[in-house]
Design a protein around this ligand. Sequence first.
Ligand SMILES: CC(C)(COP(=O)(O)OP(=O)(O)OC[C@H]1O[C@@H](n2cnc3c(N)ncnc32)[C@H](O)[C@@H]1OP(=O)(O)O)[C@@H](O)C(=O)NCCC(=O)NCCS
Length: 174
Amino acid sequence: MTLEGRPTSAAQTSLSRIMTALDTNLLGTVHGGVIMKLIDDVAGAVAQRHSGGPAVTATMDEMTFLEPVHVGDLVHASGRVNWTGRTSMEVGVRVVAEPWNEVRPAAAVATAYLVFVALDEDGAPRLVPPVLPETEEDRRRFAEAKIRRTHRLARREAILASRRQDSAAAGGES
Ligand SMILES: CC(C)(COP(=O)(O)OP(=O)(O)OC[C@H]1O[C@@H](n2cnc3c(N)ncnc32)[C@H](O)[C@@H]1OP(=O)(O)O)[C@@H](O)C(=O)NCCC(=O)NCCS
C-alpha cells in the first residue's frame, strides 16, 4: 500500500525564539543544546505535519554550528522534509539569528539533518506519504538525502557486523 504524496511545501515549518540569559553556557554565548532542542522541536513539527500523526526522532546528524548565538538574538529555525522512505523521513533544518542590537540581516548559525519515524497508535512504525519535491532545490535536497540515508544504513550495518565478528572471536577464545 502507498499513500498519496504530499508536496514539500505542505509541511514546511518555522519556530522563533529570543535567547535569554538562561540559555547561556560558561562562555556567555548560547548553549548548543538550546539550539539542538529548537531544531528537534521544529523538525518534529515538520514530521508530524507531513505524516499526519506522531513521529519520533530516530537519529540526528551533521549537526553543524556555524556561528555563536548571543543573548537577545532572535533565532529562527526552519525545517522541511527532504526525503521520505517507507516509514521514515529526513528533515533538514536551518537556523538563522538576528542580533537585537544591530541592523543587519539574519545570519545562518546552524544546520542539521534528522530522521523521524512515524508511529501508529501501538507505537509501531507506520507508512508515511511520499514527499513530492516541487522545485530544483527540493529535488537536489531529495537526491542528497538519499546519499546520506545510504551512508547511515551502511555505517550502522558495518558496526553491527564488526560487533558480531568481535563476539564470535571472543566466543572462540573461551
Ligand atoms: C525510531 C524507532 C521507532 C525505530 O524502530 P525500529 O525497530 O528500528 O524500526 P524499523 O527497523 O522498522 O525502521 C523504521 C524506519 O526507520 C529507519 N531507521 C531506524 N533507525 C534508523 C537510524 N538510526 N538511522 C536511519 N534510519 C533509521 C529504518 O531505516 C526504517 O525506514 P523506512 O521504513 O523508511 O525504510 C525506535 O528505534 C525508537 O522508538 N527509538 C526511540 C525514538 C525516540 O523515543 N525518540 C525521541 C528521543 S528520546
